[in-house]
Design a protein around this ligand. Structure first.
Ligand code: SF4
Length: 419
């Protein structure tokens, strides 16, 4: 689920560690390590490398950044967004009506195949008979890639296709993936035997299994079966587009949190890479104005990708306003209370929604706010549920990025922010 929830969405306090692994009814997650995002790597013949490559065993962001960029990220903006060479608001001049946004990701995959830059693209289609159940495919034609347009906000074992890549002798590959998949891919890159790899990253947070996604929609929509697209938008509400074209909106503050805790996997609550910072190019939406896509070009390969698409793009302006720091004390206070509580009364919710919309951070400042809140929430989650994993799973930039809130953190949670 490529979401930007403002409200904390952690699983309930009453669930013990043994129960966490049983939270999902997704068959693929049963029996897996608790911190598993089902990226698919362990379905491949490279699975024995997992202990060296999985972000939930040992986060290797610094080492991978050093290899990709010749340096590691600096505190501040790079702490939140990762290292990038250029940032844009952009959109396809001729948007793909089947895409979540304007179709930049699938257009890029298709152009790579059309221009014979790659032999295949790993991307994620919808399983037959479903709109959102993730089914990774190894696409060999532009048409196959374009047919995968539209977000599938579910855990997807995309890296299970590594064996197909090797069996088919593919040497030039593009991968469209989430942050955890990209970390795994980068850490194992030397073993893949590729001559060329293009990594198109999609931002990601709070993903869920397909079964839990179906449940989520029943809790937030009046007509869950007709939702064709949904996204956590920059106006502090969830937009759900239906088959007949109408858009249903639900303010974040109106989410029935008491009914949602428990649906988010431990992995996504222990994830620190919303912005998919180890990709060549990240294409999302959160930092851009409504209707535009947010693009971060990170490497020389990312520049090549962006230039390939530029003739088909309109370039807009990135804007920002508001002050994210104002919301942090209230967010920390909410985090310090047991999760899963009932919603405040309607008049209060209406007031909060109005204040968020009118006075809340906007544009890039909204993106900074959401990322910082997720870093904070997930740091606390790891500290609460997997304290022995903190030194291996939480990257240094989390502490650096949250350092301006260190005093507030200590006052609120009664312990230092630093490890
Ligand atoms: Fe992977 Fe993180 Fe997305 Fe979960 S939230 S699927 S761990 S990138």
């Amino acid at each position: 689920m490529t979401s930007t929830d403002i409200a904390p969405m952690e699983e309930g306090p009453s669930k013990g560690l043994d129960q966490i692994s049983l939270l999902s009814s997704d068959e693929r997650l049963k029996g897996r390590p608790r911190l598993c995002s089902d990226c698919g790597f362990c379905d491949s013949s490279l699975k024995l490398l997992m202990s060296q490559t999985c972000t939930f065993v040992r986060n290797q962001t610094r080492g991978i950044e050093q290899r990709l960029h010749g340096r590691t990220r600096q505190a501040g903006e790079e702490g939140r967004f990762g290292i990038y060479r250029a940032m844009y608001a952009a959109r396809m001049a001729r948007p793909n009506p089947n895409a979540q946004w304007t179709g930049m990701v699938t257009a890029l995959g298709a152009r790579l195949l059309e221009q014979d830059k790659v032999d295949a693209v790993i991307t994620t289609a919808a399983a037959p008979g479903t709109r959102f159940k993730a089914q990774p495919i190894l696409a060999h034609t532009p048409q196959e890639v374009l047919a995968t347009a539209g977000n599938k906000p579910c855990l997807s074992p995309a890296l299970s296709l590594i064996d197909a890549v090797r069996d088919q002798g593919i040497k030039r590959l593009a991968v469209v993936g989430t942050g955890c998949q990209v970390h795994q891919l980068r850490a194992a890159e030397a073993e893949l035997g590729l001559e060329r790899l293009y990594v198109i990253g999609i931002p990601c947070s709070d993903n869920v299994s397909y079964t839990d996604l179906e449940y989520f929609l029943t809790q937030v929509s009046k007509s869950p079966e007709t939702v064709v697209h949904h996204e956590f938008m920059q106006d502090f509400s969830l937009w759900m587009r239906h088959e007949d074209g109408h858009v249903e909106r639900l303010n974040y503050i109106d989410f029935p949190m008491d009914k949602l805790h428990g649906i988010f996997p431990s992995s996504c609550l222990s994830c620190f890479d919303y912005a998919n910072t180890l990709s060549d190019i990240t294409i999302g939406y959160m930092g851009a104005p409504l209707g535009w896509q947010w693009v971060m070009v990170r490497t020389s390969t990312g520049e090549e990708l962006f230039e390939m698409l530029r003739p088909e793009l309109e370039i807009g302006e990135l804007t920002e306003s508001g002050d994210r720091n104002r919301g942090m004390p209230r967010y920390m206070e909410r985090l310090s209370h047991p999760p899963g509580q009932k919603r405040p009364p309607m008049p209060i919710r209406k007031l909060v929604a109005m204040l968020q919309r009118t006075r809340g951070p906007k544009g890039l400042e909204f993106a900074r706010a959401v990322i910082e809140m997720k870093l904070l929430r997930n740091l606390n989650y790891v500290r609460s549920k997997f304290p022995k994993f903190e030194s291996r799973v939480v990257p240094d930039h989390v502490y650096e990025t949250l350092a301006p809130y260190a005093e507030l953190y200590e006052q609120t949670f009664g312990r230092p922010l630093a490890r």
